[in-house]
Design a protein around this ligand. Structure first.
Ligand SMILES: *Cc1c(COP(=O)(O)O)cnc(C)c1O
Length: 407
């Protein structure tokens, strides 16, 4: 069942990796922003369009039934990836951002002035702004948990922040900037002991770690398909049966209701209650294919491969004068953020692009973290399943050349 891990065969399944950029082979190190797609995903979407496509759920006819089957098989694939107890706990969204907005919006009816939401300073804006809405509209108080010098979460501060007024603790499983992996199991335990709910942002963790939502014990878990080698426009929101049954629907429309009359409505059960209108059918099927493709591999082998790339790049940066790395927490994932003294990260990224190397530069949708680090932006190289050690060499050489031009 498990497929041997071989990076050359893996690369051959990603057509885009044969591209050249400015006359050089593409080195794609922007995986934390979005990952490339294998033929398994491209073909799953194209074949569905070509051979069996119709709207889901409402049909009696063959194509509708077949499409519904493929769509629900994708839900089962996502359930398996997260080890969720039941497919009814898996909601299709358009991405992690929509999932978090759904949870915040569902909570809004119960939040009163002075109720507290606990966040860490390493959160992505999509796990900050929806909670700011509750501050603006409901008078909720945001409580921020800081970091230790190595970029790990300050667990003492987390313990101190959670109290009787806490209604929600919203925390990333793995930081998209620092690569820090948080002890979300302990955070969930602390939150529940205080009677609060926990949402885990799994955008990076779903790609780089083995996730088990039941072992974590969180109420909510979100991720996006496009970082997991799947299509854009699709994400997963996992919620426990209890969290889902107390949550109000986020949007109204077809399929999420049981009955509609002129003066009343009754809701359908989860997951349908949260999937108003025609869902992203093809995107969900593409995500199902991405999960199936990804899960062919032994997760420990994938993680070891990515970690080796990270370590090689990290070691390469040591040789470059004036280079500082952000985030060195023990057990961190394969995301490498750095700054070169006196050089704007945008300039660095632009020169690297000329050498075919795609990295990201900016605040990475984590401005509170930038403030914490005392920078306005960082450069970031992030590694995926198809990257190679030879590409890390190209990256380090290009960085050295860029330094020569800019410093
Ligand atoms: C990418 C990312 C998000 C946002 O995901 P979208 O796909 O843009 O909705 C949130 N949190 C983390 C940690 C991310 O890496």
């Amino acid at each position: 069942m498990t497929r041997p891990f071989d990076v050359a065969t893996i690369r051959a399944e990603f057509p885009i990796l044969t591209r050249e950029i400015h006359g050089r082979p593409l080195v794609y190190f922007d995986n934390a922003a979005s990952a490339q797609k294998p033929n398994a995903v491209i073909d799953a979407v194209a074949n569905q369009c070509r051979t069996s496509y119709a709207n889901v759920h409402r049909g009696i006819h063959t194509l509708s039934n077949e499409t519904t089957e493929a769509y629900e098989a994708a839900r089962e694939a996502a359930r398996g990836l997260l080890n969720a107890p039941d497919t009814d706990t898996i909601i299709f969204t358009k991405g992690a951002t929509e999932g978090i907005n759904l949870v915040a919006s569902a909570l809004a009816g119960t939040i009163q002035t002075g109720d507290e939401i606990v966040l860490s300073v390493m959160e992505h804006h999509s796990n900050i702004v929806p909670w700011h809405f509750l501050r603006e509209r409901n008078g909720a108080v945001l409580r921020w948990v800081g970091l230790n010098d190595d970029g790990s979460l300050d667990m003492d501060a987390m313990r101190a922040a959670i109290g009787p007024k806490t209604r929600m603790v919203a925390i990333s499983h793995m930081s998209n900037v620092l690569g820090t992996v948080n002890d979300v199991t302990e955070v969930a335990r602390l939150a529940h002991a205080a009677g609060a709910r926990v949402l885990v942002d799994g955008c990076q963790a779903a790609v780089h770690l083995s996730v088990d939502v039941q072992a974590i014990g969180c109420d909510w878990y979100v991720f996006s398909g496009h970082k997991l080698y799947g299509p854009t426009g699709i994400g997963i929101l996992y919620g426990t049966a209890a969290a889902l049954s107390e949550a109000r629907p986020y949007q109204g429309g077809g399929e999420m209701i049981e009955t509609v009359s002129m003066d009343r409505i009754t809701y359908n059960e989860a997951p349908h209650k949260f999937e108003a209108g025609t869902p992203p059918i093809l995107e969900a099927i593409g995500l199902g294919a991405a999960i199936a493709w990804y899960r062919q591999f032994d997760q420990a082998e994938v993680q070891a491969h990515e970690h080796a790339l990270y370590q090689k790049a990290r070691d390469g940066l040591r040789g470059i004068n004036g280079l500082a790395v952000h985030g060195e927490a023990p057990g961190k994932g394969s995301v490498l953020s750095f700054s070169l003294q006196g050089v704007h990260p945008h300039d660095l990224a632009q020169i690297l692009d000329r050498y075919g190397v795609a990295i990201r530069a900016g605040h990475h949708c984590a401005q509170p973290l930038m403030t914490h680090l005392g920078v306005s932006a960082t450069a970031r190289a992030s590694f995926g399943i198809y990257n190679t050690e030879a590409e890390v060499d190209v990256f380090i050489e290009a960085l050295e050349k860029a330094r020569g031009m800019l410093v």
